[in-house]
Design a binder for this molecule. Structure first.
Ligand SMILES: Cc1cc2nc3c(=O)[nH]c(=O)nc-3n(C[C@H](O)[C@H](O)[C@H](O)COP(=O)(O)OP(=O)(O)OC[C@H]3O[C@@H](n4cnc5c(N)ncnc54)[C@H](O)[C@@H]3O)c2cc1C
Ligand code: FES
Ligand code: FES
Length: 313
């Protein structure tokens, strides 16, 4: 069973196969059609959603921290214990009783006011990337306005065919001027959900589901020893780190992956150790996390890495 928080509500998912993508899950199982499918391969960002993990921020508080990911190349099995926010939940719902209107998130309202959308197909993804930037500035930087290069980075994984980027960048530059309804987490309830519902998952089987076409299993080990013993026991199981490559086997090649071992929760694989003559980068470290270290020690390599893919990847 996979437990995760979807738009502020904890849910337990036991029936879908582990290799179902988050995008497919949202659109077909949850009937949340706001998240769009463009390319299905991580290139366009139309499927961007926000993935939250608990971590300690720069001022020492433990909070959910969000980043934009591509739902089309993330497996449902990677969501266990995480918080997922989709565009469908970004606006604060109005209340007929209290006579309060719906209030758009600052990223949404700025996109409206600065004419950041024409056909609108890319817009949910762009709004989610901007919302991630806005919320990270709010949570970690006391709502400092984002710098131009941060805006460009945040939008690097979102393609827009028709609007052009100038109005979108203007929206990003000005979204900090809008009332931030998400600051009142009690009211909105999606950004910092209660975590006490998350149970300690064991290294054992996390998810076991059979559907018409596949019997699927997934695991989410917490230590390297647990990972080792799982791999010894299930030599055919596929390791999943970010899934930005392996997921293409499912979305582009129509293959199925019946046994998945997600290594996202192994803390010891997320470390970067700097030694006298080497840098040891754990297999669970993301490109974005590596970038700062490489910029410091090998600036040319850092610059090269900056050109890799996008923030979502
Ligand atoms: C839109 C887009 C743009 C990209 N642009 C670039 C680019 O500019 N330059 C570039 O070089 N690359 C680029 N890539 C490729 C990108 O670098 C890879 O997708 C990424 O490095 C894969 O890492 P992952 O953690 O997501 O791997 P996964 O997809 O999780 O895994 C990939 C493979 O490695 C295996 N694996 C994972 N972790 C381990 C482990 N610890 N031990 C053993 N096996 C393991 C998996 O089983 C799988 O077979 C791009 C990808 C996308 C989607
Ligand atoms: S649909 Fe294009 S990145 Fe996901
Ligand atoms: S508004 Fe049409 S693709 Fe961006």
């Amino acid at each position: 069973m996979i437990r995760f928080c979807l738009n502020g509500n904890w849910i337990e998912e036991s029936s879908v196969s582990s290799d179902m993508t988050v995008l497919r899950y949202l659109r077909t199982q949850q009937v949340l059609p706001g998240t769009k499918e463009g390319c299905g391969s991580g290139d366009c960002g139309a499927c961007s959603v926000l993935l939250g993990e608990r971590s300690v921020n720069e001022v020492g508080n433990s909070q959910w921290q969000y980043k934009a990911i591509n739902g089309c190349i993330t497996f449902i099995a990677q969501l266990d214990g995480k918080s997922l926010i989709t565009v469908d939940a970004l606006a604060t719902k109005g209340s007929a009783k209290e006579k309060t209107p719906e209030q758009l998130h600052p990223a949404q309202q700025a996109m409206v006011d600065y004419h950041g959308s024409q056909c609108g197909f890319c817009t949910p993804g762009i709004v989610m990337s901007l919302a991630a930037l806005h919320e990270n500035q709010r949570i970690n930087k006391n709502s400092e306005p984002a710098e131009h290069h941060q805006i460009i980075d945040a939008l690097s994984g979102n393609l827009c065919r028709c609007t052009g980027y100038r109005p979108i960048i203007e929206a990003a530059e000005n979204m900090g001027n809008y009332e931030n309804n998400s600051a009142d987490v009690g009211k909105v309830g999606i950004w910092q959900p209660e975590e006490n519902i998350v149970e300690e998952a064991s290294a054992g089987l996390l998810h076991n589901a059979s559907s018409n076409d596949i019997q699927s299993q997934s695991w989410s080990p917490k230590t390297e020893d647990e990972l080792k013993s799982l791999l010894a026991q299930y030599p055919e199981a596929r390791i999943v780190a970010g899934a930005t490559d392996i997921a293409l086997e499912v979305t582009q090649m129509n293959r199925r992956i019946s046994q998945l071992v997600a290594i996202n929760d192994i803390a010891s694989l997320k470390t970067i150790e700097i030694e006298d003559d080497s840098i040891l980068i754990g297999a669970g470290v993301t490109y974005s996390q590596m970038e700062a270290t490489l910029n410091e020690h090998f600036p040319e390599f850092g610059q090269l890495l900056h050109r890799f893919a996008s923030r979502q990847v």
